[in-house]
Design a binder for this molecule. Structure first.
Ligand SMILES: Cc1cc2nc3c(=O)[nH]c(=O)nc-3n(C[C@H](O)[C@H](O)[C@H](O)COP(=O)(O)O)c2cc1C
Ligand code: SF4
Ligand code: FES
Length: 535
């Protein structure tokens, strides 16, 4: 009989810190101590607190060990697991002053207590390579309910009532997208999962796939039923080997259990999924480029309309949804559209996952109800800025986003607010900078990225971003002129082929320019000539 479970994080962050070897060594120690029958090791996805990795939790006590090294394993096995004595030096304490009797339960720490885990609910909780653990957490129940109790039209109504908007960046209402695809008659339709995740600093989708791949498969099957599709593709970048391997295991297991394939749950509905590997081009995250890439062609965006819901993969009606969008869906059918719509703001329902990185203490993955302020995320959940430095700005929305300065930290995060203050929700990367960061250098980093990632199809992007980068290089090398600064800060108006907004490019747009504008605003009291010389 199992008396204790040891959950070891097998997310990419902890894996790169040696968590696989730590798990192997712990198993050897359990064997040596004769504990293998009573203590079970569970290798999970990301817990969220990646900055403290490799991490492990011992249940039923709920002891959270952080920064575990291979040399610590024998102590954990002999002291904690054999003798019941917690290894205090490894226990995570938010505040080093606390003694053991004051250490709060993990769920009560500042990092976790205000988070609401919907898309991440199983990450760090179950073994993603074991379908039975997903089923034990109500997995595939939503699919069963949808297939046996609801019509496709009812499924779409629930999605619309939930208010779920796409988490891949554009924030398009998911139910409406499904409705468009359902309305098109065709002999074949497709459901595509966008797991390209090319934004610098973003790792939300990777973590969901690594920690809970079945949630995405279940949602894709629900989407297939709603629109009348029997085939799905998951487009995931090849640089995500753990996610790819766990997804393939999940697909194989779901087929074995009859949850993918022919006549699912004994109904007439059949649906199957395949993985397609992307080569890591940022532009292939754009939906039309992604579909072109699946078709075996060079990944370049095309103009819309026609939208994929009308003419998508291989010319057939297709819905394409982001990983996090999909991960919310089984819960919506289990708990109801009203439950989902009760979270968030008027404009933005539910929760959002953010990848916190840069100058912040708690680098990691957080999920909060929409409407939470940036200040709460950065100072309470994120633990503030390291080394006693001051916050300068947070970059959100990937290369298409913007930099939000300290004066706007009390803005509640939702789609409308972020757009209003010149940033955007994007997919959820949040890169924090402190007062030692030069915002022009920061802007140059993003612009460099967009120059590298331009597919070359449109002149404003292929040539314009390069010219902008030259201007920023000039400024950062101390050779800036008033004209250079002025061109760089007004280049938002370069027309774009695919975007509704004036951006230098649709596919590799200008957080860099927003950062420039912000820097300009922050320093507007400085004499202009000194400004361009001294940046
Ligand atoms: C340049 C560019 C890159 C994009 N990259 C991604 C990406 O990596 N992942 C993603 O889900 N959406 C990405 N998108 C948005 C997709 O085009 C599309 O809107 C999204 O996959 C739709 O899913 P959703 O409605 O669930 O958000 C990108 C868009 C652009 C313009
Ligand atoms: S804007 Fe840039 S990345 Fe997008 S299609 Fe044009 S050249 Fe390619
Ligand atoms: S990868 Fe281990 S906590 Fe995030």
């Amino acid at each position: 009989m199992i008396r204790s479970h040891v959950l070891i994080c097998g997310g990419t962050g902890c894996t790169s810190g040696g968590s696989v070897a730590i798990g192997d060594k712990l198993q050897q120690e359990l064997n040596r101590l004769g504990l293998a029958e009573e203590i079970k090791i569970v290798r999970t996805g990301c817990f969220g607190l990646c900055a403290l990795g490799p991490v492990m939790i011992v249940y039923p006590e709920g002891t959270f060990y952080s920064r575990v090294k291979i040399e610590d394993v024998t102590d954990i096995a002999e002291e904690h697991l054999l003798k019941g004595r917690i290894v205090e030096r490894l226990v995570y304490k938010e505040n080093e002053e606390l003694d053991m009797s004051q250490v709060p339960a993990l769920g009560e720490t500042n990092f976790y207590k205000t988070q609401l885990r919907v898309a991440l609910r199983n990450c760090g909780v179950i073994d993603p390579e074991n379908i039975e653990e997903y089923i034990a957490m109500d997995g595939y129940q939503a699919l069963g309910k949808v297939l046996t109790e609801m019509t496709p039209a009812q499924v779409i109504d629930v999605m619309k009532a939930s208010g779920l908007r796409g988490r891949g960046g554009a924030g398009f209402p998911t139910g409406m997208k499904w409705q468009f695809a359902a309305a098109n008659e065709a002999d074949q339709k497709y459901v595509v999962c966008n797991a390209d995740e090319g934004d610098p600093g973003a790792f939300m989708d990777r973590s969901i796939l690594e920690g809970d791949p079945h949630a995405v498969l279940e949602a894709m099957a629900i989407a297939g039923y709603a629109i009348g599709a029997s085939k799905g593709y998951i487009y995931v970048r090849a640089e995500y080997p753990i996610a790819v391997s766990r997804l393939q295991i999940a697909i194989d297991q779901a087929r074995e259990y009859g949850l993918l394939g022919e006549k699912i749950f004994g109904t007439d509905f059949s649906f199957d999924c395949e993985i397609r590997l992307g080569a890591g081009a940022f532009v292939c995250g754009e939906e039309t480029a992604l579909l072109t890439s699946i078709e075996g062609n060079r990944g370049e965006p095309r103009n819309k309309p026609p939208f994929p819901a009308n003419k998508g993969l291989f010319g057939k009606p297709t819905i394409i949804n982001n990983v996090e969008t999909l991960a919310n869906i089984p819960q919506i059918f289990l708990k109801g559209a009203d439950w989902f719509a009760s979270m968030g703001t008027e404009d933005s329902k539910g929760t959002k996952v953010f990848a916190l990185g840069g100058a912040i203490n708690n680098t990691g993955l957080v999920e909060i109800p929409l409407g939470t302020t940036l200040r709460h995320i950065i100072y309470d959940i994120g633990g503030g800025i390291p080394n006693g430095r001051q916050f300068k700005a947070v970059q959100t929305g990937g290369p298409s986003g913007g930099c939000i300065p300290a004066s706007m930290l009390d803005t509640p995060i939702d789609y409308a607010n972020l757009t209003r203050i010149g940033a955007m929700m994007g997919s959820g990367g949040m890169i924090v900078t402190d007062d030692s960061t030069c915002m022009v250098d920061f802007a140059r980093f993003f612009l460099d990225f967009t120059v590298d990632e331009s597919c070359g199809k449109c002149t404003p992007c292929r040539i314009g971003t390069r010219r902008l980068l030259e201007l920023l290089n000039k400024i950062t090398e101390g050779n800036g002129t008033i004209e250079a600064k002025s061109s760089a800060t007004t280049s938002r108006a370069i027309p774009s082929a695919h975007s509704a907004r004036p951006r230098p490019t649709p596919c590799s747009p200008p957080s860099s320019i927003s950062a420039m504008s912000m820097r300009h605003t922050l320093l507007k009291s400085a004499a202009p000539q000194a400004y361009v010389r001294n940046l």
